[in-house]
Design a binder for this molecule. Structure first.
Ligand code: PLP
Length: 362
């Protein structure tokens, strides 16, 4: 691969498109003749203003974000949203609904426990998702929170759950901009950038206007959506470099046909791996219900031998495919194949899987 790079299947921080990195490299020392890097210039200057405004405009176009939604570029990771959401949308004693489908939605729920009464409306088994029609939503909940793609379990919702006129909130950290989404069905969508968008350090929050301006007065100022809205995401110094890279990625995706084209490619890539698992006659196993298999994170095991799993990871590494070790809570392997993973990387992994099986199957 160019620049001596490898195929990196990390769940995050994940790979960026190589042409984006090349452009960033050229801009690194002197951005567009300004004599400065984006990392060095005032976030209040016209140069950076043009960067953040274009990033927002391009994201709005990519996701077709309605006018009554604000786009925020915040810090603190998706994990900070776990507390920001209840602090902005509830008062002490209010009831909220959480759907648990894996490790991340569980963490979000545990944070909300500190601030309000959490009703667990449904709980999955980390391999499937409970059908939205079975969710036991509370009659007076302030919102319903779920995770659209569980990064560790590899479990992904294939459509937006119907929660009637309730406020729906989704953690899309690991599948943000991997496919078109009807933003109007949501109250809030949030995502840490470091998986499918750009470098760690920026968290993108899309929030409907009527949900802004209700933060608890005792909450830290940095956790109030309204402060960030009123200051165009520049209440304090923003993560300029991360926002700039995200902007390059948005621009690239728009040029490449937007999210419909991206979804098609992501489906093609995921299918190659799931087919490789399915056609292995049990040598490889995917624990996930076929109806909700993630397009982004593909966990799989070699049920016959933990030693073979270790050998698989080691040999794949030698062949230039890195970070395939499964999450410590699941074991086995996990291939994360976000937007920036080229088709060729997935094809190479599928070929490697077949060869490894042929060599090692007793
Ligand atoms: N939500 C999901 C689905 C994730 O995959 C992650 C990180 O892996 C997080 C939340 C936490 O994100 P951050 O590290 O940006 O706080």
């Amino acid at each position: 691969l160019p620049h001596g790079r490898v195929y990196n299947f990390s769940a995050g921080p994940a790979i960026l498109p190589v042409d984006v990195l090349e452009r960033a490299q050229a801009d690194l020392i002197n951005w567009q003749g300004s004599g400065m890097s984006i990392m060095e210039m005032s976030h209040r200057g016209k140069e950076f203003e043009s960067v953040i405004q274009k990033a927002e405009a391009d994201l709005r176009q990519l996701l077709n974000i309605p006018k009554n939604y604000k786009v925020l570029f915040l810090q603190g990771g998706a994990s900070t949203q776990f507390s920001m959401i209840p602090l902005n949308l509830t008062k002490q004693g209010d009831v909220v609904d959480y759907v648990i489908t894996g490790a991340w939605s569980k963490k979000a729920k545990e944070e909300a426990d500190k601030y309000c009464k959490v009703n667990v409306a449904a709980k999955g088994d980390n391999k499937s998702v409970p059908a939205p029609s079975t969710w036991k939503l509370s009659p007076d909940s302030k919102y319903v929170h779920y995770c659209d793609n569980e990064t560790i379990g590899g479990v992904e919702f294939k459509s937006t759950p119907d929660v009637g006129d309730r406020v729906l909130i989704s953690d899309m950290s690991s599948n943000f901009i991997s496919k078109p989404i009807d933003v109007a069905k949501y109250g809030i969508i949030y995502a840490g950038a470091q998986k499918n968008v750009g470098p760690a350090g920026v968290t993108i929050v899309i929030v409907r206007d009527d949900l802004i301006g209700h933060c608890r007065p005792e909450a830290p100022v940095m956790l109030d959506y309204k402060i960030h809205v009123d200051n165009d995401s520049m209440y304090n110094t923003p993560p300029c470099w991360s926002i700039y890279i995200c902007g390059l990625v948005f621009e690239k995706l728009l040029k490449a046909g937007g999210l419909t084209a991206m979804q098609k490619l992501n489906e093609q890539k995921a299918q190659i791996l799931y087919d490789a698992i399915a056609s292995s006659n049990g040598f490889y196993n995917s624990p996930v219900d076929p109806a909700v298999k993630s397009l982004m994170n593909v966990p799989f095991t070699i049920p016959s031998s933990a030693d073979l799993e270790k050998a698989f990871i080691k040999e794949a590494e030698k062949a230039g495919m890195l970070q395939l070790k499964g999450h410590r809570s699941v074991g086995g392997m996990r291939a994360s194949i976000y937007n920036a993973m080229p088709l060729e990387g997935v094809q190479k992994l599928a070929t490697f899987m077949k060869e490894f099986q042929a060599k090692n199957q007793k």
